[in-house]
Design a protein around this ligand. Structure first.
Ligand code: ADP
Length: 533
């Protein structure tokens, strides 16, 4: 099939659909990349490539996903993003796999249910001779941005009027120039089956804006590191000694700081990566099998003065607002790298069922050259993956016979894809985009045509009563997947990309971990492997 640039040019950009609550930065980045926004008046219901919203999608949205589409949430991930659910899951994992691995989360009690247990612990501590009583932090289970938080040492100061968790307060944080800080680490899961986890190398160090002082527990500017609080502090704009203005550093600056103080930060990051994997393993078996999703989490990590990292919480839809220049640097690049991670192909612009036998759909169109990870991801994958085929999950295997019926066209399709790939120059968009990111915006880029309408998002069912559902992919998706591996695997070798932009693959980390996560998930074997790290 000759591909004719002079033929009738039909430029079809990729299309995004945003819920109105999604921060403007997402729209800006997608427009910078040449995407266009979904227009429900003009376009068909399925004529989009990426749907981004801050709340979970409905089950029907997952079921009706098309091969060219991606959703920015997996179902059931709220199981680690609500403070009480997270505490319960980590407690369960600690009970099963022992405290040596699962002691990264401060002891927590869920109120009112655990009130008696909390009182017992509190009293035991008070009665033990020579031990300084702990400090406690009380946080509403489903609030964020530091709202409703109370820190106390004496139980007479403990009051609550909604469901809260009471957590041991880390009273010996590692301070920088006397200020408390924590890390906002971005984690992207491109698949729960097989489990595929990336951590982002760049991120945010978030500072409190007044010096840490256990004598003033009610001073939120000294004890909480939320930007939403500190940006209103009297010292926010001041040039604070050793910190500077504002309340944020990038991870790059933080790394330089650690190295200048001769700290082995590699060990620290390794311990943090373990926390990420161990936390996600707590919910992986109960995430329903769904296709074409991804989840961006914000992990909040506090480091104490012994260099021990603690997980404070996991954020669903971490804030992508651009509050300062550091946010712009980190978050816009993060968004660009997420889009790279989503690995859109030339054919995704067609938004047609281009499964076997539809190669005519490529004719007569001019495709916008897109960057795919096949072109720009690091290709030197670790050896442990070298002999692996595309991972398959149990439920996918269950529809294998259905897939095989359509299998005859595989080679033909592969040839079409191969020809197309050769037609385009091996040029990536990333470098151009990075340049563009630093250029001032045009008025058309900043104009937000926010007409997209969200299908009403279903409320998440309570985690305790959820049954694990294995949703079979639609036939369309099955046909498509015969010829093209899922987006998170390379078409070249059907392995996860070891690195995409600043995203680094942390799971699977070796052959055994891969093996234990490809047909369902064998948490016990994976944990044994993590033990060996
Ligand atoms: P929110 O969702 O409201 O932001 P977090 O759990 O992230 O709640 O807590 C807000 C801030 O409070 C954190 O960023 C951190 O600075 C501080 N904090 C929370 N838990 C602890 C803890 N156990 N020990 C010390 N500081 C904590």
């Amino acid at each position: 099939m000759a591909y004719d640039h002079d033929a009738e040019d039909i430029l079809k950009p990729l299309v995004f659909r945003l819920h109105e609550s999604v921060p403007e930065a997402v729209r800006e980045v997608l427009l910078e990349r040449g995407w266009s926004e979904f227009d429900e008046q003009e376009q068909d219901e399925a004529d989009w490539n990426l749907y981004w919203q801050n709340s979970p999608f409905r089950m029907t949205d997952h079921r009706s996903i098309k091969p060219w589409q991606r959703l920015n949430h997996y179902p059931e991930t709220v199981r680690i993003t609500r403070k009480d659910y997270l505490a319960r899951h980590l407690k369960r994992m600690k009970g099963i796999y022992g405290p040596s691995l699962y002691e990264f989360s401060p002891v927590a009690f869920i109120m009112p249910n655990d009130y008696v247990k909390f009182i017992a612990e509190y009293t035991k501590e008070r009665q033990s001779q020579g031990k300084k009583p702990s400090y406690w932090i009380c946080k509403p289970v489903d609030l964020s941005r530091g709202r409703g938080i109370l820190i106390f040492q004496d139980i007479k100061d403990f009051v609550y009027d909604c469901m809260v968790i009471v957590q041991k307060y880390i009273s010996n944080p590692l301070l920088i120039s006397g200020y408390k800080w924590d890390l906002r680490l971005y984690v992207c899961v491109t698949s729960f089956c097989p489990l595929t986890i990336y951590t982002y190398e760049e991120g945010l160090v978030r500072f409190a804006t007044e010096k840490f002082d256990l004598g003033s527990l009610d001073n939120v500017y000294a004890h909480l590191t939320n930007t939403s609080i500190n940006k209103f502090g009297a010292s926010y704009k001041k040039n604070k000694e050793g910190i500077g203005r504002g309340c944020k550093w990038t991870f790059s600056k933080f790394r330089s700081y650690l190295r200048s103080h001769e700290v082995d930060d590699l060990l620290l990051w390794r311990r943090i990566n373990n926390i990420v994997m161990l936390t996600l393993l707590a919910i992986t078996p109960s995430v329903p099998l769904t296709s074409n999703c991804f989840e961006l989490f914000g992990f909040d990590i506090l480091i104490d003065d012994t260099f021990k990292p603690w997980l404070l919480e996991v954020n669903y839809s971490p804030a992508l607002r651009l509050d300062c220049s550091i946010d712009t640097t980190v978050k816009k690049r993060l968004l660009h790298d997420i889009i790279e991670l989503l690995n859109y192909k030339q054919t995704d612009t067609l938004r047609e069922n281009n499964g076997p036998g539809t190669k005519a759909s490529y004719a007569g169109r001019t495709h916008i050259p897109l960057t795919t990870q096949g072109e720009n991801a690091t290709d030197d994958a670790p050896n442990f993956l070298a002999s692996r085929q595309e991972s398959e999950c149990t439920a996918t295997s269950a529809v294998q016979s259905l897939l095989e019926v359509a299998g005859g066209s595989f080679k033909k399709e592969a040839i079409v894809m191969g020809k197309m790939a050769r037609t385009y120059p091996r040029k990536t968009l990333t470098s151009q985009l990075r340049e563009k990111m630093n250029r001032p915006k045009t008025s058309s880029q900043s104009k937000a045509a926010s007409k997209s309408k969200q299908p009403p998002g279903a409320r998440h069912p309570a985690h305790a009563s959820v049954q694990v559902t294995h949703w079979l992919p639609t036939t369309e998706l099955c046909n498509y997947k015969l010829t093209i591996p899922p987006y998170f695997l390379s078409t070249k070798d059907r392995r996860p990309f070891p690195r995409v932009g600043d995203f680094v693959l942390i799971f699977p980390f070796n052959d055994a971990a891969l093996e234990a996560s490809r047909n369902g998930i064998d948490v016990k074997s994976i944990i044994q492997e993590i033990h060996k790290l």
